[in-house]
Design a protein. Structure first.
Length: 76
């Protein structure tokens, strides 16, 4: 009986360890995916910011839109 109980506890511990390792692997992969998305977004923001600034300096952007963009402070 004791050996069976010890065996069951060891199996539970092994399962818990494997579940924890699997979760850590998934979290690590998700974190890497989110980092890549953030890098891509930053790059897109820089490109849009540059385009908006260029259009503003050339007076090719609707003044009201340019004002709103500046107020949002997202791209300028």
């Amino acid at each position: 009986k004791l050996e069976e109980k010890v065996g069951r506890v060891m199996d539970q511990a092994r399962e818990l360890h494997e579940s924890g390792a699997s979760l850590l692997w998934k979290i690590s992969n998700e974190e890497q995916s989110l980092r890549q998305k953030a890098i891509s977004l930053e790059s897109s923001i820089r490109r849009v910011r540059s385009l908006i600034n260029s259009l503003i300096s050339k007076k090719l952007l609707d003044p009201e839109f340019a004002r709103k963009v500046k107020l949002l402070n997202l791209f300028c």
